[in-house]
Write a protein that binds this ligand. Structure first.
Ligand SMILES: [Zn+2]
Length: 292
């Protein structure tokens, strides 16, 4: 598979109808059993709404329900194209860029960006295997600027824990602090107990051996960066790429929305072996939302 060019994108999805048909085919398809009458049925497109109707009982299926496009007046083609933009960039897509490319308002563009990030996170989280092999763990701080005035004055600082399996996936989590009691449960939840773990000498990681991990650390404070295969170079490279990309694409990222940006970069990194597959995966995969 190779990355679609913009021209190929518009050939494949010339209008909303094609996009809706694509979503229908991915989620249901002809012959899909009718949830009302229970028969394997032919589904007819209802022109007046984004729906298909059962040949036998007339029951309606709405393919966009539960997708990021469900309650949006923006055209499906615009949504598909915005998703396409997210999969063809290395550094993310700003709301300004979506606004400019799609001709929607800034507010709409901003909302679309967040819906797409959430969707990327949902698709990324379908693969729930714990990290294994040799895992590098490190924490970093995003932001740090003092914002607001008077009583609203606060530091916009977010602590992030990162776990990266060498030649594998990365998992990043916003955490309230870097205390042992905070980090260890996150690590247990995401890293297999048989994994080898490399960290720096931060005190909170000292409990990892007791937890049963094969844990080694390098002591950055005494200028030790690598000892045999023990180092945190991969997760540190991930941090610097993340920070550079966020700074070059976005003017401001609030603490509240930071997890969504992290998930976006996580999904892109975890798809790095098959970047061409991201677009078709995102427009064909609609995980059931937890709230439904
Ligand atoms: Zn039916």
């Amino acid at each position: 598979m190779k990355q679609l060019t913009v021209r190929e994108f518009f050939q494949k999805f010339p209008d909303d109808e094609t996009c809706l048909q694509h979503i229908f085919d991915c989620r249901y398809g002809q012959g899909h059993e009718c949830p009302k009458c229970g028969r394997e049925t032919k589904w007819y497109r209802i022109k007046a709404e984004r729906a298909y109707s059962c040949q036998y009982c007339g029951h309606h299926l709405h393919p966009t329900v539960g997708t990021p496009f469900e309650s949006s007046r923006t055209s499906l083609q615009s949504w598909f194209y915005a998703i396409y933009l997210f999969t063809t960039t290395r550094h993310g897509v700003s709301a300004k860029e979506i606004q400019r490319q799609l001709g929607v308002t800034y507010k709409t563009a901003w909302r679309m960006g967040h819906e797409i990030r959430e969707h990327m996170a949902d698709v990324d989280n379908l693969d729930l295997d714990k990290l294994d092999g040799h895992v590098e763990i490190d924490e970093t701080i995003l932001g740090g600027k003092v914002e607001g005035q008077g009583r609203g004055r606060h530091e916009n600082k977010t602590v992030v824990l990162g776990m990266l399996e060498r030649n594998g996936d990365v998992v990043t989590k916003v955490v309230p602090d870097t205390k042992k009691a905070t980090l260890i449960p996150e690590i247990r939840e995401n890293v297999d107990e048989w994994a080898k773990v490399s960290t720096d000498s931060h005190a909170s990681y000292r409990g990892l051996k007791k937890e049963g991990y094969n844990h080694e650390s390098v002591d950055h404070t005494s200028y030790e960066w690598v000892r045999g295969d023990v180092h945190t170079n991969s997760i540190e490279a991930y941090w610097s790429n993340l920070k550079r990309s966020l700074a070059s694409t976005h003017i401001h990222i609030s603490k509240k929305h930071t997890p969504k940006y992290l998930e976006e970069f996580e999904y892109r990194f975890n798809s790095r072996e098959n970047p061409e597959g991201m677009f078709s995966e995102l427009i064909s995969t609609y995980p059931e939302k937890k709230s439904q």
